[in-house]
Design a protein around this ligand. Structure first.
Ligand SMILES: Nc1ncnc2c1ncn2[C@@H]1O[C@H](COP(=O)(O)OP(=O)(O)OP(=O)(O)O)[C@@H](O)[C@H]1O
Ligand SMILES: [Mg+2]
Length: 213
């Protein structure tokens, strides 16, 4: 039994914020970060973006499973019994029991935010659930334009609204390579040059997530 299994949920009610992209990348990075790491990526979204990616991938690692709120606990018990090191849960973009279940199961909640007011406003529900469940989390800026103050401005607004929820130092830029990697069943670290900006962003994000677990 692996008692050190860590569970990360990626959640926000806002559609398109980058949940599935971040979930896949955290899972693959966890897999690559340690020899023989056992990683499970649970797709709690009936849209099945993560499962679709896994079909393109045609590899068994990380293990990708479609789950539902009702069987999430059973999957996590099984993962623990199987000696899993790291679980990532991707969630759907709407309020309701699914996000609650994922957050309650998590050691850390990642809330992706695209710069601008819409994603900031939509985060309120997720932050509420997180606090009510006694969980900790962090905002991650997603799809940040290469030029302009929007990333910093959004980070400042988030810190003012939610002083006790940190904003990750690592940010994901708006980069076509993320999408290109995913549509070939890969993650950016497997797809892009090792020294590309996108690869650097994902490695930095994973390190920061790991340091909070
Ligand atoms: N950093 C990025 N750079 C460029 N494109 C991105 C980035 N992150 C996500 N995208 C693209 O934005 C779209 C939405 O991303 P993704 O599916 O990860 O969001 P989501 O929050 O899971 O969406 P949903 O709420 O529908 O589940 C996708 O087309 C994805 O390829
Ligand atoms: Mg998604």
């Amino acid at each position: 039994m692996n008692r050190k299994m860590k569970v990360v949920a990626v959640a926000t009610q806002k559609g398109g914020a980058g949940k599935s992209t971040i979930s896949i990348h955290l899972a693959v990075q966890a897999m690559l970060s340690k020899k023989d790491a056992q990683v499970v990526l649970l797709d709690l979204d009936p849209q099945g973006s993560v499962v679709d990616w896994a079909k393109l991938r045609e590899l068994d690692d990380p293990v990708v499973l479609q789950a539902m709120p009702g069987n999430l606990s059973a999957y996590l018990v099984q993962a623990q019994e199987d000696g899993t090191d790291f679980v990532v849960i991707d969630t759907p973009p709407h309020a309701g029991g699914t996000i609650d279940a994922a957050i309650r199961a998590a050691d850390l909640v990642i809330i992706p935010i695209r710069p601008g007011p819409f994603d900031i406003n939509a985060a309120v529900g997720t932050v509420e659930i997180m606090k009510q469940s006694g969980r900790t989390g962090m905002f991650v800026l997603s799809q940040v334009a290469a030029v302009g103050p929007e990333g910093d401005d959004t980070a400042a607004v988030l810190q003012e609204l939610y002083p006790d929820v940190p904003v990750a130092k690592a940010r994901l830029g708006q980069r076509k390579a993320f999408m290109q990697a995913l549509i070939s069943g890969q993650a950016i670290t497997e797809f892009d040059r090792p020294n590309s900006k996108a690869v650097g962003e994902i490695k930095a994000l994973f390190r920061e997530v790991r340091s909070r677990l």
